[in-house]
Design a protein around this ligand. Structure first.
Ligand code: GTP
Ligand code: SPV
Ligand code: MN
Length: 586
């Protein structure tokens, strides 16, 4: 294929080479032959472990360093010129100061190593909605992961053409020193620098760093939105597909909802669900005034524990080939296991640290944040619109989190502005809390707290401003699959049964069902949620839908405290909505 690599790219790569001093530079072309060669190299060094070719063809295993198992929010920075532009929810440092600090860390850090140049696209190459990136890295794990999670290949150079319009990403594992670990974004320069980590969202720079933090800034400037959302298509028995986006905080159920399988009785009637995306959505107003969503990714970086044949068979199936497993249990036959895969923990296996592991020890074998990296095409329910450059039209947006008592199973906001308020007050309770106790609430607006690349109050204003561009907006609802009884047991079965709620949401979007007006917004009449075969009785449903005014008075106080952080920048509309909510609760 004829392509040329423009001087903006080559000059920058040369500058980085001179600073980081790798022994050699390898340009990744996206070919299977090159990736195969790199995997083989990584098998020799132990960076990757080959898995059972018969049972898990094309799959590999990876262990991260013990101190490097998740995103590090405390070491994640937004470095724009003015601190005020990063806002109170982001770490900030002046760009020049941060660059000087990073230059010292990067200086010579790739000596004895290879620097890989990865050209990749977020979105469909050639589509007007696609954005391009180049990541430099010294990790083969990153190269093979990016080849799953994004669209990697030399056609990206054609997409970039002669322009300087691409996102630069510089990554080095360096010494994996947690004290010198930095994940840094320069939104004014479209530049991401990451050092001293080798894990997931810290180093797969197309994902959270580019497709959310940098893209949220691009979206504000260009009139669109980059969101931490799944995209799900729901096909009714008439064959009509309606699409919903959902924003839940990390580890709160996006991948599960994105791949849901309808309850059996529903399947028999002809209901089907299609996955367009499980983590990130780029949303743009279309010429028809609707909001259209694309998933800029090309794979799934999913939480392994809890992914089983009962809870999420589609995700499990997606991991059967060409998948990377990180920090799970390694079985002696070269296959893998994690808590929640099934009820048969293996003996003679190695835990995520590589130690012999006894399931009876009470210690989990897989790290709680262990992950699979699987190609989207592997997913049995992948949408036929997955590769559609226009994306899919969105009829509803659902926000949600883990709330043991406060939020009802579902409620609908009154209008777009009120919906923005509902997203802004999102919160989720700590999951490790003792049984039955109500955990501390972490406010996580739109599930974007760790991912918004600019001032959160400006981000809310951008959401409010989008209303003018979307003449036919999706409805906005809040859902909560995590209500518990006084013993701490979930009241709602969740997973596939969540379709019962999503279907009500979609009927609301199309004006097909009445609702009752409550202090929060609109809630379903119990009769309108189909419970057949769910094991939930109507009394439990009433409890799930109930709203405790005392808890909401506390909630309002908590939101006021949170909003106070944003001072004058808080949009007046949100302040008014909070006052109105307080009055309605009484
Ligand atoms: P990130 O990849 O970190 O963004 O997470 P995610 O939002 O995609 O969460 P995921 O779907 O991986 O689910 C995380 C955990 O929530 C898993 O342990 C699931 O089993 C659990 N979970 C998901 N959906 C439900 C549900 O409907 N009910 C209950 N009780 N648990 C759920
Ligand atoms: C999340 O934490 O929301 C993830 C995992 O999806 S990571 O890519 O590490 O951010
Ligand atoms: Mn996520």
């Amino acid at each position: 294929m004829a392509y040329s690599i423009n001087h903006h790219i080559t000059d920058w790569v040369e500058k980085c080479r001179a600073l980081l001093q790798p022994d050699q530079v390898v340009w990744i072309d996206g070919s299977e032959a090159q990736l195969e060669q790199l995997r083989n190299e990584a098998f020799l060094t132990g960076e990757l472990i080959r898995l059972n070719e018969e049972k898990l063809p094309g799959c590999v295993y990876h262990r991260s360093a013990l101190n490097d198992v998740a995103r590090v929010e405390a070491r994640t920075f937004i470095c724009c010129e003015k601190q005020e532009d990063a806002g109170p929810t982001n770490n900030w440092m002046a760009p020049a100061e941060m660059k000087a600090k990073l230059r010292d860390i990067y200086d010579g850090c790739m000596k004895g190593r290879t620097m890989y140049v990865i050209p990749y696209a977020m979105g469909i190459v050639g589509s007007p909605f696609a954005k391009y990136g180049i990541e430099l890295t010294d990790s083969i794990y990153v190269v093979v992961s990016m080849a799953i999670m994004t669209r990697v290949g030399t056609e990206i150079y054609k997409g970039i053409g002669e322009s300087a319009d691409f996102i630069k990403g510089l990554h080095s594992k360096a010494e994996l020193d947690a004290e010198k670990r930095y994940i840094v974004h320069f939104p004014e320069e479209n530049y991401i620098m990451s050092v001293n980590s080798g894990y997931g969202g810290n180093v797969l720079l197309g994902k959270k760093c580019f497709a959310l933090r940098i893209a949220s800034v691009l979206g504000r400037n260009e009139g669109w939105m980059a969101e931490h959302m799944l995209i799900l298509g729901v096909e009714n028995p008439q064959g009509e597909v309606r699409y919903v986006c959902g924003a839940f905080p990390s580890a709160c159920g996006k991948t599960n909802l994105a791949m849901l399988i309808p309850p059996q009785a529903w399947r028999e009637k002809g209901w089907k669900c299609w996955c367009v995306g499980d983590d990130i959505a780029w949303l743009r107003p279309g010429p028809d005034g609707r909001l259209w969503a694309v998933n800029p990714e090309n794979g799934f970086f999913g939480v392994a524990p809890g992914t089983g044949a009962k809870t999420n068979p589609n995700a499990l199936e997606a991991t059967k080939k060409n998948t990377i497993f990180t920090n799970v249990v390694l079985k002696p036959d070269g296959t893998v296991w994690w808590e929640g895969m099934d009820k048969n923990p293996p003996t003679d296996a190695l835990n995520w640290k590589g130690e012999p592991w006894d399931p009876a020890s009470g210690e989990p074998g897989a790290h709680p944040n262990s992950r699979f990296t699987a190609p989207a095409v592997n997913c049995p329910c992948i949408s036929d619109k997955f590769n559609d450059p226009q994306g899919v039209p969105i009829s509803a947006i659902v926000f949600g989190g883990r709330r043991a008592k406060t939020a009802p199973l579902v409620y609908q906001s009154r209008d777009w502005g009120h919906g923005v308020f509902v997203g802004s007050i999102m919160g989720s309770e700590k999951t490790a809390a003792a049984e039955g106790t109500v955990g501390e609430t972490r406010r996580d607006p739109m599930a974007m707290l760790p991912f918004c690349g600019y001032h959160m109050a400006d981000y809310w204003q951008h959401w409010l401003d989008m209303e003018k561009l979307i003449t036919n907006p999706p409805i906005i609802c809040n859902v909560n699959w995590f209500r518990t009884d006084d013993e701490g047991h979930f009241l709602w079965p969740g997973f596939g049964d969540n379709l019962r709620v999503i279907e009500w949401v979609l009927r609301r979007a199309f004006g097909e069902v009445d609702a009752r007006e409550t202090a929060l917004g609109y809630e379903p009449y119990a009769k309108d949620i189909d419970l057949e075969g769910s094991g939930v009785d109507e009394a439990t449903l009433e409890e799930l839908l109930s709203v405790d005014p005392e808890l909401w008075r506390q909630e309002v106080a908590g939101i006021r405290e949170f909003y106070a952080k944003f001072g004058d920048k808080l949009p007046q509309r949100l302040r008014d909505e909070l006052d109105a909510l307080e009055k309605r609760i009484g």
